[in-house]
Design a protein around this ligand. Structure first.
Ligand SMILES: NC(=O)c1ccc[n+]([C@@H]2O[C@H](COP(=O)([O-])OP(=O)(O)OC[C@H]3O[C@@H](n4cnc5c(N)ncnc54)[C@H](OP(=O)(O)O)[C@@H]3O)[C@@H](O)[C@H]2O)c1
Length: 343
């Protein structure tokens, strides 16, 4: 029956144009997995800011439609095609953000193999993916928790561990309390680093302290937070997890110590602006772009999460039928940690 449609699965897809109002429920044929493929009954999806940009048409306005959005999902393997060896029926797995990036440096094939655009994503009851495009998740995690790992968690892990070499005694600054930053806070604590967290909300900063942040700064009431962070840490922080982009980079450059690293991850505060780059060279600051990460990094991260029984922070789980409301909640910025959808 390889490749033959057997039944249907409900999906959310962007169709007829971009915008939250264009996200509609549809039925798609649910084919059986072919050679090297697995079918996954998706149990939960976790949202990323990128999914919102994708639905709104801001990520890639030329993305062909219809498209099933969302890169991150977790569920159980319900069928395997011929030759599959990595997983078996019944295994709990998560999707890999980049389906064709096993390890090492990214290349064109890896960068164009991402789920939720250009490839169909996980906001579906059932998906068929290459076996290399899924990986087992730590056993102690609930479905929604497992769904948070492919993009936000792996990005934080890649920034701090794979590309950052953060170690015990380091000081790490995390910006805001969204998905990536809260994982960065958790991983930095796990690595024995101390964390300075920023947020626009004092209530969220209190929660960050309860999670182990060493010092916190409200970036709204303290616009010169880079200077404050530098002072707090002595010579400057060792590592900044930069999710604001051009709008916050100047402050990050102020915060970081000579020879320190800024992991450039997001552009929440803008993608372009005029910046004074002189301190970057005069202080030999390393500005490292981060694009999520590879499968090998995902597996290493899952070992750490499993060994330390780390639990992702979930703000809210919406039912499948309320996918649009879930994206609106993400857009509001009211969340702390991850916004998920149960399927
Ligand atoms: N390069 C990659 O591989 C990669 C992977 C994942 C995400 N990203 C990008 O990284 C960014 C964060 O993603 P996410 O999924 O974590 O988003 P998210 O969960 O939507 O994060 C939103 C939070 O970011 C904080 N924030 C907004 N503007 C800020 C500013 N000017 N300064 C400091 N913090 C600010 C706010 O925290 P408070 O409410 O506490 O102020 C807000 O609640 C996005 O731009 C996303 O596209 C990139």
């Amino acid at each position: 029956m390889t490749g033959e449609p057997t039944t249907t699965a409900r999906v959310f897809q962007i169709e007829g144009g971009f915008g939250l109002d264009k996200l509609s429920l549809a039925e798609r044929a649910a084919r059986e997995p072919g050679p090297g493929e697995v079918a996954v009954r998706v149990r939960a999806v976790a949202l990323n800011y990128r999914d919102l940009l994708m639905v709104r048409g801001h990520y890639n306005p030329r993305q062909p439609l219809p498209l099933i959005p969302c890169s991150d999902g977790a569920g159980e393997v319900v069928a395997v095609g011929p030759g599959v060896t990595r997983v078996k029926v019944g295994d709990r797995v998560a999707s890999m953000f980049a389906q064709d990036w096993p390890s090492g440096q990214p290349n064109k094939a890896a960068l164009s193999s991402t789920l939720g655009g250009p490839r169909d994503g996980m906001l579906a009851e059932r998906v068929v993916l290459p076996e290399r495009g899924v990986a087992p998740v730590p056993a102690h995690l609930e479905d929604a928790e497992a769904a948070t790992l492919p993009c936000a968690a792996l990005t934080a892990w890649s920034a701090l561990v794979t590309l950052g070499g953060v170690t015990a005694g380091d000081t790490v600054l995390v910006q805001g309390t969204g998905g990536v930053s809260i994982f960065a806070l958790q991983f930095a604590c796990l690595l024995g680093a101390r964390v300075i967290a920023t947020s626009s909300s004092d209530a969220k900063l209190e929660r960050a302290r309860a999670m182990g942040a060493w010092r916190t700064i409200n970036y709204r009431t303290t616009p010169d937070w880079g200077k404050v962070a530098r002072k707090l840490s002595g010579d400057g922080v060792d590592h900044v997890v930069e999710v604001g982009g051009a709008g916050t980079l100047q402050q990050s450059i102020r915060a970081v110590r000579p020879g320190g690293q800024i992991s450039l991850i997001g552009v929440l505060a803008g993608g372009a602006s005029e910046l004074n780059m002189t301190p970057v060279l005069m202080q030999q600051i390393r500005v490292q772009g981060v694009l999520v990460g590879h499968r090998e990094g995902f597996e290493a991260m899952c070992r750490a999460i499993g060994q330390h029984a780390l639990r992702p922070v979930i703000d809210r789980v919406f039912p499948f039928s309320e996918a649009r409301a879930a994206l609106e909640h993400l857009a509001s910025g009211r969340h702390f940690g991850k916004v998920c959808i149960s399927i």
